[in-house]
Design a protein around this ligand. Structure first.
Ligand SMILES: [Zn+2]
Length: 404
């Protein structure tokens, strides 16, 4: 459980102070520019408690002060913001065709990024390669001077709940891989929080957690790339990712859209991925795995065969989006992944079907927003970095590691 009182720690003064700092930090993170008085009002803490907590967070370089501004009642106070200069969060994604990594500030701004093409290979070679790239990133000028809070890794398959084991990555041919342990053998740093999650779940988390101001109650991220996955995240202050008992929740690529259809990499027939995925589009249009799908198609996008294939895939994507709307009903849907680069030929059939159908059941006019990310290269890696920050702020066990 995130920052709720815990029987074991309830009488521990240090723990209670940390809870207060966590609540204050979370409030400033979500609503930058709050004053101490604003926080006291909203968090129902005494002004003295907020004053002590803010002082401690300023000293630990989590917060900075801005200009004087009007507070909610009383004298003007200093606006408070996250200190974006001191800490770094590292996130990386192991994709089917490459490695992506970012260093972020506390606000989620990307300080440095790197994308390395790597054809599917063994977990060991991938871990070694990723470790080398991360060492370069950590030593770079944008990161080296900062205090690193930890490392989050996003992987293309379901994670065993409560463990750091990748259960299956069908498009890499990996099964039951303790990837974080492997990586640790090659990468001694950074110290701090290490975690691993499915790429679509990490992306969903980052898209919600780094949002400020008008924050949706829940957000569903659909990752449409070589495979198709999704992640649902909801609630605050520490948003919960829906996982399922085996970590399979959100594996929409393997929901059946065509009983008795083509065989999928998972062994079942007629999965959504056999109709819409990077691998099925490649197979249909004869594009080799080592070629970049977008670049291979760029000059052929207006060919009839390509248009037909993408339209069919887009219609399947629209079906998936509508199914997700009816099964998960998130406040907002975000569509990312390398397939969005294929543009209107794929997206238009999906969006027009979704828009035309989303209100049929209830017969209302409420519009569930669907946002498309055209370049989602670093979205999952940034989401994994967001998960590091959430652990640093909300996880009581991270107290010593994150110096909150
Ligand atoms: Zn399947």
């Amino acid at each position: 459980m995130p920052t709720s009182t815990n029987q074991h720690n309830a009488g521990n003064l240090g723990f209670l102070k940390r809870l207060n700092r966590s609540a204050i930090l979370e409030m400033v993170r979500r609503s930058p520019g709050m004053t101490r008085a604003d926080i006291a009002t909203h968090a129902r803490l005494t002004k003295a408690t907020v004053g002590t907590g803010v002082q401690s967070l300023l000293a630990r370089k989590w917060l900075t002060e801005g200009d004087l501004k009007k507070s909610s009642g009383g004298r003007p106070g200093r606006a408070l913001y996250l200190n974006d200069e001191h800490y770094a969060l590292i996130g990386a994604e192991v994709g089917v065709h490459g490695l992506r990594m970012v260093a972020c500030s506390l606000n989620g701004d990307i300080l440095d990024q790197h994308h390395e093409h790597l054809p599917p290979t063994t977990p060991e070679i991938t871990a070694r390669h990723l470790a080398e790239c991360l060492q370069t990133l950590l030593a770079g000028p944008a990161v080296a001077e900062r205090h690193c809070l930890g490392l989050g890794i996003a992987v293309p398959g379901p994670i065993a709940p409560g463990q750091t084991v990748l259960r299956l990555a069908p498009n890499l041919g990996w099964r039951d891989v303790p990837f974080l342990d492997l990586l640790q053998q090659y990468l001694p740093a950074p110290e701090g929080i290490w975690l691993m999650d499915n790429e679509a779940k990490a992306a969903a988390f980052g898209e919600l957690y780094f949002r400020t101001g008008d924050i949706p109650d829940s957000l569903l991220y659909v990752s449409a790339g070589t495979g198709i996955g999704s992640g649902l995240v909801e609630g605050n202050p520490w948003p919960v990712v829906t996982r399922g008992v085996q970590g399979l929740a959100g594996e929409i690529g393997h929901t059946i859209l065509q009983p008795g259809g083509l065989y999928c990499h998972c062994g079942n027939r007629g999965c959504a991925e056999t109709l819409v995925s990077g691998w099925t589009i490649r197979a249909a249009l004869g594009i080799a795995e080592e070629d970049d799908l977008y670049e291979a198609l760029a000059s052929r996008l207006h060919d009839d065969e390509v248009q037909r294939t993408l339209k069919r895939a887009g219609q399947a994507l629209g079906t998936l989006l509508l199914n997700l709307h009816h099964t998960q009903n998130p406040s907002e849907i975000v569509l990312g992944g390398s397939l969005t680069r294929l543009g209107p030929a794929l997206l238009e059939p999906a969006l027009s079907y979704f828009e035309a159908s989303q209100n049929r059941l209830l017969g209302i006019s409420q519009h569930i927003p669907l946002r498309i990310i055209e370049d989602s290269t670093f979205i999952a890696a940034r989401g994994a970095a967001a998960q590091v920050l959430a652990h640093a702020i909300h996880d009581p066990d991270a107290v010593n590691r994150a110096s909150l």
